[in-house]
Design a protein around this ligand. Structure first.
Ligand code: GSY
Length: 175
């Protein structure tokens, strides 16, 4: 299990919590992907196409023996297993699994770009990410995660929904 990946998970159709838990079970239910850490779950205002239901979002860390493209295929298979249909580009979805980082690698192919090109702009990714990887640095970052989060305009659109443990997850990023 030599590789480490961070994966963002989101859902805004049906039983959003069950969708997310089932996605984690399917994805990490084989010997070559191991769940290391889960963030709390946040309820978030939709970004992009705003006329849709609220999302639940979280970030997980996994260890894996797969390479990045194999992990992407597993994410896409998991989405399909859970009935995801790709319809409106920024629209509602049963489940969304986005690889944010894969080790420290920079990968740019037609199917996969990591680090994820929009992750630093999205409070619904950055807040759960900060919770489990507050010291993360990627080449596109000019500041630490907490400083970037404080500058994000839509952070009020990210509210705790199910806390991972007793700690105040917002304390380190409140200005
Ligand atoms: O890119 C992920 C799908 N997505 C989301 C999401 O997961 N959460 C929120 N809050 N807005 C979103 N817009 C899109 S597209």
């Amino acid at each position: 299990m030599e590789n480490t990946a961070l994966i963002a998970i989101g859902s805004n159709i049906g039983n959003r919590y069950d969708n997310m838990m089932n996605a984690i079970k399917i994805l990490t239910g084989t010997p070559n992907i191991r769940l290391v850490k889960c963030s709390s779950i946040y309820e978030t205002d939709p970004v992009g196409y705003e006329e849709q239901d609220l999302f639940l979002n979280m970030v997980i860390e996994v260890n894996t023996a797969l390479n990045a493209m194999e992990l992407l295929d597993r994410c896409l298979e998991t989405e399909l297993d859970l009935g995801r249909k790709r319809e409106i580009r920024w629209g509602p979805r049963t489940i969304d699994l986005d690889i944010l980082t894969f080790n420290q690698e920079n990968i740019e192919t037609e199917k996969l770009i990591v680090p994820h090109p929009r992750m630093l702009e999205r409070a619904f990714v950055m807040i759960p990410l900060h919770e489990i990887k507050s010291d993360l640095r990627i080449s596109a970052m000019e500041k630490p995660l907490d400083a970037l989060i404080n500058e994000l305009p839509d952070k009020e659109g990210v509210r705790i929904w199910k806390r991972r443990n007793g700690e105040d997850v917002f304390a380190p990023i409140e200005s």
